[in-house]
Design a protein around this ligand. Structure first.
Ligand SMILES: [Zn+2]
Length: 371
């Protein structure tokens, strides 16, 4: 077994600005926690610096004119045309260095995919990746370069079958659009319903175009969905669909913004369901390319990804400093000196309402797929 953890302190230091919720330093916090818990120093693991992706590879997901505009923005130019490409909004500010930063972040996901395909790695994790909202010719949702599309397209050149599983709280809209006519890619997204939250898409009816109908699987969830309901849907729908598809490689977008503490979303998960899901994904496919994604409570996001890395590598986190360093590494407000969150359950009439809505969604999928 060989696993690669992609990291560069230069990329983790990149700053979207004090008022922007996206904080690349989550990657640094994750790396530190992984070391502290002894899950990143094993012989079969490599920490590798992301390579800058060549233009030719960026073109797998983006248009020439978009890349030209992004490069100009990255050099510090501000011009009217950039708005046409979604650059210059509050979500996607015109950041100096964004082109270089993005192509390195994407380089890690791309290289992780090629290492897995070449048999040089079983597991690759890029906590600086997972930009599922970046479109061919426009930036949105904090995303500029779509590393996921680039990596999957690279895999398709070798005729590899990919299951893409997206557990970020937001719908993986741009990835879905790219592959909705492609039957070598199974796209599965579990997210807070587009009735309530950006990008306002990802309804169960969106199931793929002709020739690939059923290869797009959307599972929208009501606000306040908790671990119990989330896991139920995952086991009832997602697991059998992946088993049936039999992917060669599983791409997992592990956005951690579905956690109960996340300031931007309304799902109520703890990292207990996240870890169970990562465990199951690992059982379903031995080749996994995992990326970060959302996650705006940076300390809990780092805990979540540390656990994900440990599970993907089948190693047990051990805290040798417990009780001595206290909760400092977990953030000022952490209540426990453990990586695992306390359980959180929604109860009563509210839960019944959520269950009814989720049952309706599950019924559609069970019928459509004959599960
Ligand atoms: Zn998200």
């Amino acid at each position: 077994m060989h696993s690669i953890f992609y990291y560069s302190s230069e990329l983790a230091r990149y700053d979207f600005g004090p008022d922007h919720p996206f904080k690349p330093e989550r990657a640094q916090k994750t790396l530190e926690l992984c070391y502290r818990y002894g899950v990143l120093d094993r012989e079969h693991m490599t920490v590798k610096k992301p390579p800058a992706l060549k233009r030719e590879k960026l073109l797998l997901a983006h248009s020439e004119e978009y890349l030209d505009a992004l490069r100009r923005v990255g050099k510090g130019e501000i011009f009217q045309e950039m708005f046409k490409f979604g650059i210059g909004s509050e979500d996607n500010p015109p950041l100096r260095g964004i082109y270089e930063w993005s192509r390195k972040c994407a380089g890690a996901t791309w290289e992780g995919m090629t290492k897995i395909m070449d048999g040089d790695a079983d597991i690759a994790f890029n906590p600086l990746g997972g930009y599922h909202h970046a479109y061919r010719s426009h930036a949105e949702g904090f995303c500029y370069i779509n590393d996921l599309i680039i990596a999957i397209k690279e895999a398709l050149t070798r005729n590899v079958r990919i299951s893409y599983v997206d557990i970020d709280a937001h719908h993986g809209n741009a990835v879905q659009e790219e592959f909705s006519g492609e039957n070598r890619v199974q796209f599965i997204s579990m997210h807070e319903s587009g009735k309530h939250i950006y990008p306002y898409t990802g309804f169960v009816e969106e199931a793929g175009e002709e020739g690939a109908h059923g290869y797009i699987v959307n599972i929208p969830l009501p606000p306040k969905t908790d671990d119990e309901i989330y896991l139920e849907v995952f086991h009832r729908i997602v697991v059998p669909l992946i088993k049936r598809f039999k992917p060669d490689i599983l791409v997992a977008e592990l956005g951690a913004d579905s956690l109960v503490s996340d300031p931007l979303t309304d799902l109520m998960l703890t990292n207990n369901s996240y870890t169970q899901i990562v465990e199951e994904l690992k059982r379903l496919c031995s080749n996994i390319l995992a990326t970060g994604g959302g996650g705006y409570d940076i300390y809990r996001t780092a805990r979540c990804w540390t656990l994900a890395w440990a599970i993907l590598n089948e190693v047990e986190p051990v805290d040798e400093f417990a009780g001595r360093v206290g909760g400092m590494m977990f953030g000022p407000e952490m209540e426990v000196s453990s990586l695992h969150d306390r359980p959180y359950t929604v109860k009563g009439a509210e839960k019944d309402k959520i269950r009814q809505e989720v049952d309706k969604t599950m019924d559609v999928l069970i019928k459509r797929h004959g599960l």
